[in-house]
Design a protein around this ligand. Sequence first.
Ligand code: M6R
Length: 365
Amino acid sequence: EKGGYDHFMIKEIMEQDEAIRSTLLGRVDRGRVRLDELEALQEELKNAERIYITACGTAYHAGMVGAYLLRHVAGLDVEIEVASEFRYAKHHWRENSVGLVISQSGETADTLQALRMMKADGIPVIAVVNVVGSSVYREADASLLTQAGPEIAVASTKAYSTQLVVLYLFALYMAKLKGLLTQEEEQNILEDLWSIPEKVKQVLSNAESVRRIAQDTYKANDIFFIGRQLDYMLALEGSLKLKEISYIHSEAFPAGELKHGPLALVTADTPTLAILMQEDVLEKTLSNVSEVKARQGDVFVLGFERDRKRLEDIGRWSFFVPDTLPLLAPLVGIPVLQLFAYYNAVLRGTDVDKPRNLAKSVTVE
Ligand code: M6R
């Protein structure tokens, strides 16, 4: 049932190119996005001024990428909060608001309650969900399915990457409704999106080099992740994955925050994984990398192939992924971080598929 793999998690990591392809299938038609599921909400979406995003854990991290996309591509005002906070917060709902909840299982108690709260207040809610027939799927006004297939390992992997795919499509869809996207821009992004399965496959075929890096890091007590903008959002997910299954203490920081406190933690014993994929802020993050190196901290650089020359001598370790638009970086970057978490955990001998204290579906508050 594990298809020859040692764990469900690695099987699910390796399935991601196919899961992404299935999620794209039928949703791109002659260079244009197509989300038939949203037809009934056309008016609400056209008039939407603010999007409220909520979710838990990994799905929340996907939501953060979604928020970035909706702001940058679709020009929307977005509020985002983890569901366990969102549901108890005081909201001053704006007119023309739309809710967006994200959940692999569709049964997470806090996410479901947040959905119910928005609906009770008259806000239409769209769900990005993996399980057909789940509570979130049934109760949302419209559901955009991720075609990840069953995810068994507690650590979410292919659900995250397919949630991202749906969020890219949704952001493009909204940008079009708002008249903010030319046909050419849409085609460019979609073309790149279609090349992602192949590129993810290339990254996965290089798993062995990630394992070798983990051999140097698995004994660490703390590992930090830094990045800016989309790279920071990706860092959050990489860090959660690592702590969840390897039990190595890990935190993700926006690179610019380092000198506001976290830098005090950096020593020769704390490796830092620096994500350097957002061209606009790359130089800024590089200066933070120098701050880490000045404290003798070892650095693992994750970047694009096109920047290899520029970045390869910066860190003690590096991994370069196939080039894409910077906007799509999380899709090609995430497999590296998942593999990194996986191999650190395997080398430490933890129960990878069923980490201590955690459940696959959190149906209690
Ligand atoms: O089923 P959901 O997507 O609603 O689950 C949300 C979180 O519980 C889940 O992503 C959790 O954080 C994972 N164990 C992370 O790998």
